[in-house]
Design a protein around this ligand. Structure first.
Ligand code: ADP
Length: 512
């Protein structure tokens, strides 16, 4: 599957790009990519496919391990983003890079090298592109959508004509998204070449001329958007490897443990990250939540645990509403959480003993005595028990968490949370970065918990993992569930479509 530039030579050719990160991660395994002049080119793939890595190389942020980059016919070697900018290549990343206390105008001229664009020139640029922003307001007082416009303006003011946007619609409202695409079309008419990194298949159809699909660091193909269907793209994007061998007896779900009703939760930027989610989890089942990261999964988990207050909706545990209870009260009632980032769950400088009471120090009378004194003996016993039962390999319980491998840190965290004998366990990306043995251990433990009658919510962007472990599976996209399905019946194509923004209903009704 390969499409060529229709009328002109490509402005960018990337050949056989390999990227191995210093920690040994092979992010790209020999990828080819061509960008035509005046096209909007979608770069599609799931988490970890290598999209950002490929574009960071083109923007001079990182260097390829191997491979060649040719811009307008000339081989280039970039040592910094400034080198790429000199060739007219600029990237707008998700994490915004503006100086918050500066105004839009100050931010725009900040990057300019010799000749600073005048106010008049920037106003003209705003008119030409439709990117209208208030120039004199400090950026910190502006919405995410406006800040993103400023970032694009900044790139254009630097004469960028190869513009890369990394998941630009993540925090935009539907109107802002439409406006952004209108702008991109205008820029294209002006001859700019644009790369749109996305996992949203819908966006591919709204904006792009061609699309390149990556999967696990490999090129799957480059195709003309008009010649493929969303189903084709979904299949290209999602490809599962061998089925995992998890020994999973059939589930015997019991009563409803947790009920979430029409939940709306804001993300860090103050924009809704969860937009009306409802579901129930029963005792004795693993409820999986799949989806590309950043679609509201973490905000949902944090709302259930009490780390984030919902703006709408209800959370009910065992028929009792817990929506406004604080975190420690929820822990007490039996909700445990193993977050995605081990660093937020452990204090790395602390020993294991010191880490044991972290999530329960506020309430456990077993460990914290009446006056708030820590009962050292109990703490040592408890830590020893966690280390023993959950096979944490460590020289001693007094060793700092940092000294443990990722797998052993995770065993310790999981052990610590499970040893509280919770009713509902929420785990996010529980096996990320773990070796095979630790991964298998954690997965089996989750199945065991479920067999013991616990309600398990498994958030994971690892499709093999959610598919093999979950009894029921929700796919989350842009703050919503696209459907709740039986994981043993779902095809890769259906899964890819849901991850890319189509509801199960739409798919089943053949409206895609
Ligand atoms: P995508 O943008 O498609 O989600 P990325 O390019 O971000 O994918 O990541 C590709 C792979 O490289 C993933 O396995 C990711 O974990 C890994 N990766 C990304 N950045 C780094 C880094 N700085 N160090 C080590 N591994 C990284």
């Amino acid at each position: 599957m390969n499409s060529q530039c229709p009328n002109s030579d490509p402005v960018v050719v990337m050949k056989n790009i390999v990227k191995v990160y210093p920690d040994g991660t092979v992010a790209l395994q020999g990828v080819d990519f061509e960008l035509c002049r005046g096209e909007i080119h979608g770069l599609l793939g799931e988490n970890g496919a290598g999209k950002s890595t490929l574009m960071k190389i083109l923007a001079g942020l990182i260097k390829p391990t191997k491979g060649e980059v040719v811009v307008r016919g000339r081989p280039v070697k970039f040592h910094s983003p400034a080198d790429a900018l000199k060739q007219g290549i600029g990237i707008v990343m998700q994490g915004l890079s503006l100086v918050p206390v500066f105004t839009a105008y100050e931010n725009i001229i900040l990057g300019a090298r010799r000749v600073k664009p005048s106010r008049g020139e920037i106003e003209k640029l705003m008119q030409e592109t439709g990117l209208i922003v208030p120039l004199d307001t400090p950026v910190e007082n502006l919405s995410f959508g406006v800040r993103q416009k400023i970032e694009i303006l900044k790139m254009l003011a630097l004469n960028v004509d190869i513009l890369i946007l990394d998941e630009p619609t993540t925090n935009l409202s539907p109107t802002e998204t439409r406006d952004l695409f209108k702008t991109l079309l205008k820029l294209k008419e002006q001859g700019k070449s644009i790369v749109l990194i996305t996992h949203k298949i819908r966006e591919i159809y709204e904006a792009t001329d061609r699309v390149t699909v990556l999967r696990k660091g490999r090129l799957i193909g480059t195709v003309e958007t008009s010649k493929v269907t969303p189903r084709d793209l979904a299949k290209m994007m999602v490809g599962r490897e061998v089925e995992l061998s998890i020994n999973k007896p059939p589930s015997k779900p019991g009563e409803t443990a947790l009920k979430v009703e029409d939940l709306e939760v804001l993300g860090d930027l103050g924009v809704p990250a969860v937009r009306g989610v409802s579901f129930e989890v029963r005792y004795g089942e693993i409820f999986g939540i799949a989806g590309v990261e950043g679609n509201g999964q973490i905000e949902l988990a944090e709302a259930i645990v009490g780390m984030r207050k919902p703006v709408r909706g209800r959370i009910i545990l065992d028929d009792e509403e817990i929506t406004v209870l604080d975190t420690s009260e929820r822990y007490k009632r039996g909700i445990a959480y193993v977050p995605e980032d081990r660093k937020t769950s452990l204090i790395m400088e602390f020993s294991l003993v010191e880490n044991t009471p972290l999530t329960e120090i506020t309430y456990s009378r077993e460990i914290v005595g009446e006056m708030g004194f820590v009962r050292m003996k109990q703490l040592i016993e408890k830590t020893t028990k966690i280390v023993r039962e959950y096979n944490v390999i460590t020289p001693s319980i007094y060793t700092s968490a940092r000294a443990l491998s990722g797998g052993n840190q995770q065993r310790f965290i999981v052990g610590r949370e499970l040893s509280k004998d919770p009713k509902v366990i929420i785990v996010a990306q529980p096996t990320r970065g773990l070796d095979v043995a630790a991964t298998e251990y954690v997965r089996n433990l989750l199945v065991e918990m479920r067999s013991k009658g616990k309600a398990v919510i498994l958030i994971s962007s690892d499709l093999d993992e959610v598919l093999s472990l979950s009894d029921r599976l929700a796919v989350m996209y842009n703050g919503r569930f696209m459907g709740i399905v039986d994981p043993s019946r779902i095809t890769d194509e259906e899964l890819g479509l849901m991850m890319g923004g189509y509801t199960y209903e739409e798919i089943k009704a053949q409206r895609v």
